[in-house]
Write a protein that binds this ligand. Sequence first.
Ligand SMILES: [Zn+2]
Length: 256
Amino acid sequence: MTQQAPISSGKIASFAKTWLGAGLNLILPPRCPMTGALVGRNGTLAPDYWAKLTFIHDSYCDTCGAPFRQAMTPGMVCAGCLAEPPLFTRARAALRYDDASTAMILKFKHADGTHLGKIFAGWLQQFGGDVLHDADLLIPVPLHRWRLLKRRYNQAALLTTALSVQTGIPSAPHLLRRMRYTASQGHKSKTQRHDNIKAAFTVPENLRAAIKDKNIVLLDDVYTSGATVQECAKTLLKAGARQVSVLTVARVGFAQ
Ligand SMILES: [Zn+2]
């Protein structure tokens, strides 16, 4: 008499998951995370929201990534960077910081819209090619632990992890630390922003070997005045990094 092999509980769980997943897809078809409109597949934007976004794909400063107001030859550097070269090697951003990108970033930051991280990581890879091609390590701009407690997650660390998974470039989310609790940078002048963030970061002595002679890409959601990433770059270079570049989802302003 033949006896049928018993079905393991693992197999039952796997069948249930497959069927439940298929069922959920029927009940809950994919929707745009911003407008709620039906879309072809999960993790994509509705065409009308997509059309509102302004991607920085040409005519930008070769150093700081700020878009020029008119078409320029590739490789041009803006007057601001020529007058005062930044400490980072290059900065790139996928989008201009306007109403459409602000709404996405706020959702990602404050409204538990963490699923947007995957969409952003795709854009970072696409628009950050020239800072990622020789990168050794991805590092997020850190939050102070009090702010982390309040927010529950560091949006820059989520971007870093998603990009690391996508590109295979290693990430080190805890190497750079924020020592001081700094007031928000919003509504501050350039000098105030610089003073506010000065000496706010550190790399612990025992972790410095991990960044020695490495090409580092710093990640954040928005590049505003550049004061925060400049201070991070200064700290990382002082701790032994070979060079630091910057990659953000969005960027404020035009090239000077
Ligand atoms: Zn520039």
